[in-house]
Design a protein around this ligand. Sequence first.
Ligand SMILES: C[S@@+](CC[C@H](N)C(=O)[O-])C[C@H]1O[C@@H](n2cnc3c(N)ncnc32)[C@H](O)[C@@H]1O
Length: 460
Amino acid sequence: MDQTAPAPDVDPSARPPRPERGQEVEVTVDRLAYGGNGVARHDGYVLFVPGTFPGDRIRAQVTKRKRAYGEARLLEVLTPSADRIAPVAHHPGVAWQVLPYEKQLAIKAEQVHDALTRIGHLEGFVQEPIVGAEEQWGYRNKLEYSFGTSGSGSLVCGFHAPGSWEDIVDGVSELGSDRLARAREEVLAFCRAQGLEAYDRRAQAGFLRNLVLREARRTGETQIRLVTSRGELDTVAFSQAVEATSLVWTQIDQVGETTTGGYSELVAGRETITEELGGLEFSISPEAFFQTNTEMAEQLYAVAHEYAGLQGWERVYDLFCGIGTIGLTLARRAGEVWGLEIVEPAIADAIANARRNEVENARFFAGDVRLALRELVETAGRPDVLVVDPPRAGLSQKVVRRVIEAGPKRIVYVSCNPTTLAPNAAQLAEAGYALKQVRPVDMFPQTPHIECVALLERGP
Ligand SMILES: C[S@@+](CC[C@H](N)C(=O)[O-])C[C@H]1O[C@@H](n2cnc3c(N)ncnc32)[C@H](O)[C@@H]1O
């Protein structure tokens, strides 16, 4: 959970008294931190309290006590915030559902601005209005459930209870479609009928670990991936019990919570599913990243396209390109596109996707941006426009230096974390790139996650 800001205005020479660990306090929440925790003050000492919202008067227990701030567990909402509305879903992962959607959007827009100005110390840019989501529920095209065992000993499948690596809350997610709900039901019924047992995370023993469901919203294709420890599975019965375009079984050796690595086998159907986006068709491998909100991915890419400002002759780099979605949609308006991505199956998809859509001016390479960017510049020549879409951690300082060396005129930064975009943009600003525009796009209603696109331009 990101607690970097909004920064508590604490003067280190006059630190307020700290409550003891375990102490119960009554406080009023006055804002939300990045990542979604409520921020309250106890005699001036800042406490982060998950599950609370500005305006809540609460009773909480201090769980962590650091010099500058602490963390507390909500015990009781004494007086709810006037903003609170009744929850729709009864599963974890939708902490912001108790805020009206307009309020969620306003907070996200404010947090983007706050990160850029307070963390990045950036100014003089235009922040465009946040693009609200088309669907506030049922929008996710991918759900990752975990298996567990209920108190009464039955097999359950759902999300982890908040703050727990062990307890699973049984139930279907309202963030997914009816199609994905049916897929979960079918798999769960099959596993129960077969008498399969959940992996016990404490004992590090047992079989069923995760269920990863994906759907192509435009074509109706589904991919079901059952993740287990090594063991026996009646794959014939599995393929008869469950309907999917792509049915995959992944066996994992390592302990702990992971759905990657291991050994995957195709149980039935095809390796990949096909989705339509921006007028193109995309094959998606089980291991490849694909934006989890298909409809809003189109809107996100539309902003990226606008910021790229292509006229048709430019050399474009698409770094962290996944299956090539951004690069391939830009290729129609670019001279040439060069994509770089670390996951090899994703690059295989990107190459197949270029061919499938008859895009002839795009090349894709598997490699770590940190190590391969220099080589790409040597092979392809310097980019005119460079698009980056890194994971939440943002760009390392080294990658930012490599980007500066590559010397594009424009940088289009697609970010899923404004608190890492901000320092990256600040480092680029020091090297002569001005932050011109930024636009948040809400890909994740009911959650605190924020996506945005930023345009940086090199001075003349
Ligand atoms: C947020 S996703 C964006 C993917 C793509 N642009 C899209 O919109 O679907 C980030 C991608 O970066 C890739 N990635 C992570 N670390 C990387 C690295 N060091 N070098 C290259 N790619 C990396 C991930 O595999 C993932 O596909």
